[in-house]
Design a protein around this ligand. Structure first.
Ligand code: GUN
Length: 293
């Protein structure tokens, strides 16, 4: 069984980016600039946004953090989005989700200029991705395909079962893995809360992508011997043996599933770190106007 080391891969990607930024700087080119908007005090969002800003520093990007109170109005946030759309120095930006309930996430996502949508959440980027046109890929699916690519995991003709159909993970990864080329050419089953006999579906998988947001949901006897297991979950669960009183758990019961699998991502240290690296890759692409010349 091989542990798919997201920490190592994300560090490799960030070193590659840092080297490219050095080259850009030495020839006097524009330094990539990512802006992040954080509304409210959601503790998980604060951790994620801090990690994005820290990654910018590591690779030599410029970053701007715009933090506003939870009572920020939708109109105020739309104004921030418009300013970032217009700011020629900002190559790409993200609005961290979830947003407070009084703000319509769909309206905000649609207001972001798709050419600066380094999260890949805008329907223009989603549609282009689905048709195999150049697009910003959403960070988590991007992270998953990079793990498969960098570990040379065979995907052609494999049966991939995705658990969870969210707009930002389950649905896009099911599209990417079913598309022509590598990593892709899979036969994909997209499962969800209304799927009948979920354990039976997962048992047919050569590749399992768990993105359902329920801690340790995928059990050992659901997974075929030799399957590749990609665990997208980041769930905080109580643990009295830890000083903090809690620990992070994936969507996969790791101790049961790992011995049966050929490859598996750990939590933490797997997909999560790759998503931040993917955002950095998209920001560099935005700066180089690679997707939208
Ligand atoms: N919330 C959870 N994941 C993400 C992400 O990738 N981008 C943004 N903007 N918000 C998130």
């Amino acid at each position: 069984m091989t542990i798919l080391d997201g920490k190592l891969l994300s560090e490799n990607i960030k070193s590659e980016l840092a080297a490219e930024v050095d080259q850009i700087r030495s020839r006097g080119g524009k330094i990539p600039h990512l802006a992040a908007v954080l509304i409210g005090e959601n503790p998980a969002s604060q951790v994620y946004v801090q990690s994005k800003i820290r990654s910018c520093e590591q690779v030599g990007f410029k970053s701007t953090l715009i933090q506003k109170d939870a009572d920020t109005s939708e109109a105020e946030l739309l104004e921030i989005v418009h300013q970032l759309n217009e700011d020629p120095d900002v190559d790409g930006f993200i609005v961290q989700l979830p947003l407070p309930k009084h703000i319509d996430e769909e309206r905000i996502t649609l207001a972001i200029d798709h050419r600066k949508d380094v999260d890949g959440f805008h329907p223009v980027n989603f549609g282009r991705m689905a048709q195999g046109l150049p697009a910003y890929l959403p960070a988590t699916p991007f992270g998953i395909v990079e793990i498969l690519r960098r570990y040379n995991i065979e995907t052609a003709g494999k049966h991939c079962v995705v658990v969870g159909r969210s707009n930002i993970v389950g649905t896009p990864i099911s599209i990417l893995l079913s598309r022509k080329g590598y990593p892709g050419d899979c036969t994909v089953t997209l499962t969800h809360s209304r799927t009948r006999d979920l354990p039976g579906e997962v048992r047919r998988a050569d590749i399992v992508v768990a993105a359902i947001g329920i801690p340790e949901f995928i059990k050992g006897d659901w997974v075929k011997e030799g399957a590749v297991v990609i665990d997208v979950g980041i769930n905080r669960v109580p643990d009295a043996t830890k000083k903090s009183g809690s620990r992070l758990a994936g969507d996969v019961a790791f101790d049961e599933v790992a011995p049966r699998s050929s490859h598996i991502t750990p939590v933490p240290g797997g997909v999560g770190l790759m998503t931040v690296a993917a955002l950095m890759v998209n920001t560099l692409k935005a700066c180089k106007k690679e997707i939208y010349p």
